[in-house]
Design a protein around this ligand. Sequence first.
Ligand code: CTP
Length: 401
Amino acid sequence: MPRTVVVGVSGGIAAYKTAYLVSALKKQGYDVHVLMTKGALHFVSALTFETLSGNAVLTDTFDRKSEFNVEHVALAKKADMIVVAPATADLIAKAAAGLADDMLTTTLLAARCPVVFAPAMNEAMYHDPATQCNLEVLRRRGAYVMDTGEGYLACGDVGAGRMREPDEILEYMHAVWAELYDMHGVRVLVSAGPTREMIDPVRYISNRSSGKMGYAIAEAAVHAGADVTLVSGPVALPPVDKARMVSVVSAADMAREMTALAPEADIIVMAAAVADYTPKSYEPQKIKKGNGGMTLELVRTVDVLQELSKIKRENQLLMGFAAETQNFEENALTKLRSKNLDVIALNDVSREGEGFDADQNNIRLYFRDGRVQDLGSDDKTVLALRIIDEIKNAYRQLCAR
Ligand code: CTP
């Protein structure tokens, strides 16, 4: 999966919209670096992009403050994708001619990753044969050139040449990634969030899971082109676009849905924090308080993963999570073996600000073949991209055997 995205901004009024694009990419977990042309600096300040991306904005190849001044192609090497938005007629002409007179054009020339251009200019300039010819040159060289929208242009004209909206650019980038990273046709089933075990109509037992890790994994799988189903306990998160959403409440619901959907899945990621115990009986009327204490009798729920491992078919990858507060490796490996998993993601939930109900997590993956991959502490969105990368490779190896 791509991690580093370089956003090139050239000098058009649409540059202000690119701020939203950078912010959205950052939220999706990508390491975003912005390169601006001198013209772009007239429209939006470098500080805007520096604040949104968390990285220094580079403009001039010979900027002595830049860490890239010696090896100015470093960013070109690091980039998994470059998106130029807005791409002005001038920038497009330079890119087509292979000119390299600033940081953006130099990076474009040195880059070997996919490049997306989102053109933005006046209609006459867009339709001019020179621009159309330059766009064709870029396309033939493998660049992804977006079309433009029709509408009101900053020069007062109405017509073609409007830069596509940031959301459309994002969608386009994801479509390119999906094509390149090729999880097409791979069916991924993810569970997320807590379960609620009802005591009476107004009370339940649950846990602190926010669902963020599972949702981030489902989203990363969608972006990689997979066909994703997300079975979710009650959470306060928006649905994952383009994933099939299935809502559940209790551990029993989760078990029913997951076992029904599992035969159709190639990869199953059990990220839900399923309750281990549920009240022995449900009181249909609200329980009234008495004067003394109260004892609630609980019984074990179904271990969903255990059930899934019993019906696991050939070439199906089963991944679980191990949320631990001590004896980390030992507990993770015991769960890997006892639940017959291909991979388990260990997370230390004792750390402040990480794990349950947090944006950050720490993950170490243990594979069936003994391999260990430490993904460290990071934002859940970033970890999700890496998890998808790892399990995609593990799934390919499984199928190749
Ligand atoms: N799990 C499950 N069904 C359950 C409980 C857990 O499918 N009833 C899954 C979780 O989704 C997770 C893995 O099992 O992928 C491990 O969950 P965890 O809560 O860490 O461990 P438990 O197996 O419940 O064991 P313990 O609570 O004793 O640590």
